[in-house]
Design a protein around this ligand. Sequence first.
Ligand code: PMP
Length: 394
Amino acid sequence: MASDKEIYLDNAATTYCNGEVFYAMQPYFITNYGNPNSVHQSGYAAREAVEKARASIAKIINADPDEIYFTSGATESNNWAIKGIVWASPIKRILVSEIEHPSIIKSARWLAEHGVEVEYIKVDENGIISISDLLSKLSKPACLVSVMTANHEVGTVQYINTIANICSKNNVYFHTDATQALESVSINVKEMNITALSLSGHKIYGPKGVGAIYIKRGTPIDVFMHGGHQENGMRGGTYNLPAIVGLGKAVEICMRDGNTNNTRMKQLRDYFIKEVEAKIPGVKLNGHRNQRLSNNINFSFRGVIGESVTAMLDTMGVRVSTGTASTSEQLRRSYVLQAIGVSDEYIYGAVRFTLGRATTKEDLDYTINCLTTVVKKLRTLSPVNIKAGGSENV
Ligand code: PMP
């Protein structure tokens, strides 16, 4: 059974490409297609477009343009940040939070297999970094701390200012993955003492396959992509010109419309939370209630499997996910939910709803109706629930 409805509430997985972004990119495929490294007029025009995008990215985080490097996305930026900084440092010890995106967690594991000491900073039940754990782990020398600005699954926003200041006082570099946070959290890398920051185009209504990394001037970091002399020889590879132009435009739109979008989304988010908590028994909001992304809602429904909820909502035209796009095909305990201590009865029933610029209150009302029906139905079928003594007991 398929529905002719299409309600997209998976904006943390990816967003649509904004029309203004698309039209800004278009000429760079067909007419202005020069290689930004070419030393002729076509190359100069292309180079100018790349530098304009770089300046916009620098502006949104208060960096200087020469501190911004283009990459293929936040996965690459994250890999480069932590591998590049640790390889360039004589201190082979890093600290990362236990709820980082897999591009950090798996890079850290790989580094551990290659002789680097890796420790995982604990988070509390809301997903906030434990400052006491960070401080105790910093009593031994480390070269880098990496803590994401906001979590992709439960939406918790960290106090990165505090963490960055602690790192600075301890002479440790600080990297933050701001992929999910660029539009909703204001970041000033200079004031906040941030050494490196990752971002991506397709989470902010830009194109997929392009991102950037900010690296504070003077930070020792190894080259990640060996190749041509693009990006000061730090990241080889012909510029993805249309995508870079698109990323620049997407960032400009975040700067222009971010406040308005965030205010609207926060109202919708809080409305959805309130309605679901009032209408569905046995729900648990995962992540911090207030210190969370303006578009993120992550609920666990007791006695149901999140994957069953997402599949049934899909047939009703509602696109949601259990967590990250990278892990949701497999039924397993989310490491993020484990880290924040979600109990067994709730951990399998998590569903993430991430609102977007196009989301309306009507979309949410329809979703809440579908969700109420789906959860009720699944609870009557669930063996977990039969053991628990009936659907309305949850
Ligand atoms: N970090 C976070 C927090 C993310 O949510 C994602 C995307 N799921 C990434 C990194 C990877 O970004 P990209 O898809 O651009 O490689």
